[in-house]
Design a protein around this ligand. Structure first.
Ligand SMILES: *Cc1c(COP(=O)(O)O)cnc(C)c1O
Length: 371
């Protein structure tokens, strides 16, 4: 928290609007849409809820298939299952680690031939770097397949100068505790389509038809964001640019020191955009570095430093073992060798040096053991 939130929370308390819906929610949606350059936004209880609403509104239902990158977090994929549909996964491209548009094209062409077009394609902006959305849209547009952008990790990132997710049929963001800004838990659904967003708002509030009593002609969800959390979101949003700047400072520090270390590479930066550097992720090549990813992770843990492997690809998850997968070598390799380093915006130069030294030391101490 930055302190800015208190002002808006105070406003919420003064107005005594604590329950769901209220002026802070409306204002947060407006502020968010305005700041990110979207026409319409609906604030909801999580990024997962936002994705669920979009898929439901796009008509994803029982027996349908939805294409998703394999390298992603489950929150962007579970809603496919909630709708009774089945995911089909695609490998990442090396340049951005996001869904490979070439493989997507192969998959869609195969499906055109067999008459099994997906109901939607989800494009995920992984670790704060945008997917190559124009190439994805180019593949999907001739067949009217809607593209949904899972930009949960990419708030503040840009693609060809536009906000992450702009140009997709709809995009979702997350304000979970681990994201670049947070409301403790929350999400946002954005789109240029007024009808889609107002339907999402309706469904997120238990689908209450207009009437003096409670009238329901459809089943909705309790997915609305509360007025108090929206107040926190408004305060957090004022800090977004600064947070992105801090994330870049963290990344640049790691990049400067690790660029001279053989066997350590940083996540590549695709030429079409500017990532928000949500997390700094390194790839460790054990032959050149002298220790593998797991050895580094355990050694950091011994120094009381938390780090994590990348998202384990969805096609390797027990729960999705029967799902289709195209390719897989790239995301499997990234999972094998990738490590997310501590990337908090409050980290000082000393904190960063501590992490760097602990990483470097893993290889050095192994060499000593074998010497
Ligand atoms: C965090 C995240 C989500 C889910 O957001 P929640 O607000 O936690 O439900 C979805 N997709 C990706 C890629 C995420 O990182």
């Amino acid at each position: 928290m930055s302190g800015e939130e208190k002002h808006f929370i105070h406003e919420a308390f003064e107005s005594n609007y604590i329950a769901p819906v209220g002026p802070q929610v409306d204002a947060f949606e407006k502020d968010f849409a305005h700041k990110l350059g979207f026409k319409h936004a609906a604030a909801v209880s999580s990024g997962t809820a936002a994705m669920h609403l979009v898929l439901r509104i796009l008509g994803v239902g029982h027996g349908d298939e939805v294409i998703s990158p394999s390298l992603t977090f489950i929150g962007g994929v579970s809603p496919i299952i909630y709708q009774g549909a089945v995911p089909a996964f695609i490998d990442s491209e090396r340049e951005s680690w996001n869904i490979d548009p070439g493989l997507l094209k192969e998959e869609i062409y195969m499906r055109v031939r067999t008459g099994r077009l997906p109901k939607a394609v989800i494009s995920t902006d992984i670790y704060g770097q945008c997917a190559d959305l124009d190439s994805i849209l180019e593949v999907c547009a001739p067949y009217n397949i809607p593209v949904v952008s899972d930009s949960a990790e990419a708030l503040g990132a840009t693609y060809k100068g536009r906000s992450a997710g702009a140009g997709a049929r709809a995009a979702i963001y997350s304000f979970n505790g681990n994201k670049i800004i947070t409301t403790s838990g929350g999400g946002m659904l954005v789109s240029e389509d007024r009808e889609l967003v107002s339907r999402a708002r309706f469904l997120s509030r238990q689908a209450i038809d207009p009437a003096p009593h409670y009238e329901h002609s459809q089943i909705g969800y309790n997915y609305r964001m509360s007025n108090v959390l929206a107040a926190i979101g408004r305060g957090q949003l004022t800090m977004l640019d600064e947070r992105v700047k801090d994330k870049h400072r963290v990344f640049d520090h790691y990049k400067n020191v690790f660029s001279g270390v053989p066997g350590i590479d940083l996540m590549p930066e695709a030429p079409y955009g500017r990532p928000n550097r949500w997390l700094t992720v390194i790839l460790i090549s054990p032959e050149d570095f002298g220790a593998d990813r797991e050895e580094v992770r355990i050694s950091l843990e011994r120094h009381d430093i938390e780090s994590r492997p990348l998202w384990k690809p969805m096609h390797l998850q027990p729960v999705f073992r029967d799902c289709a997968m195209r390719g897989g070598e790239v995301c499997e390799d990234l999972f094998e060798r990738g490590l997310c380093l501590p990337s908090g915006t409050a980290m000082t130069e000393d904190d960063l040096e501590r992490v760097v030294n602990a990483v470097k030391e893993t290889a050095a101490s192994k060499k000593r053991v074998f010497a």
